[in-house]
Design a protein around this ligand. Sequence first.
Ligand code: ZN
Length: 302
Amino acid sequence: MSKRPLVVENILPDENINILVVGAHPADAFDDIGGTLAHHAARGDHITALILTHGARVHDVVLTDEVGQRERAPTREELEPIIEERTSVKHQEVLEACQILGFSDLRFLTYDDSVLTLKEELMQRIAKVIREVQPHLLITHYPLESGGIASHHAITGQLVLNAVGSASRVSPEDPNPPWGVPEVYFKAIHTALARPDVLSHATAGFANVYVDVTDVIELLVKALDKMKSQQYNGAWARKSREVYEGVFGLNVGVAYAEAFIRLRAQVCDYLPLSHYAMARANELEATEHRRQNLLVCHTVPE
Ligand SMILES: [Zn+2]
């Protein structure tokens, strides 16, 4: 019998896997999970991001900070070409950001971003992508974010859960066979940053998986720097990483981390024991502080 390692990691299969990210808005293809995706891309895993809305009216420097400030709102005829133009700008920015992180398979459904509701048609479109891509891991928004009400992110999470169920069944409209998704993870960014409203407070959720992204934090800043259309570049790219990944990092004893909520309970042959837990259990506080003291907010963009 071969000698078993002391530390049994919660590791992936040896072969490469497929990952599907389903986001509400273009930047959700990588925002808050980009370090984790960069790790998987470097490992050779295939990443696909499916984006539901064009996001041009949610945040866009032209539509929100310029057109939206006019005394009279533009007519439909005036507005539609602007939305179209800003949508293509966003798509290009997201593509460039994701390429920095190591993937470029992006699918845009470009639904309108005014109101996102639970539409059967949208669930079926997501299910179709699941049957085609055959993801082993699926990452989406937490379905109870902001109370699960009137939030594009929460509705996306709910659409995806419905689509996961639908994708596992044969469809007369789809030549691809059914696909059951082995693992679903939700972005847990809101758990650290629950908005100060009663709905968010009640359903913040609990982040139960963290990924140390310290080694790729500069890549995340560079990726976010691409999102000029929504003013995520420059100081915001640094400040937001310092706060978001920084808070999660402090939670678990590393400099920067991304947090997830795992949908299903884990089934293993052994109890998981990570090398992080082993290293941290008996270390000096000084060692922990040295590891956590990195400050990406001081870095200057290229
Ligand atoms: Zn979003």
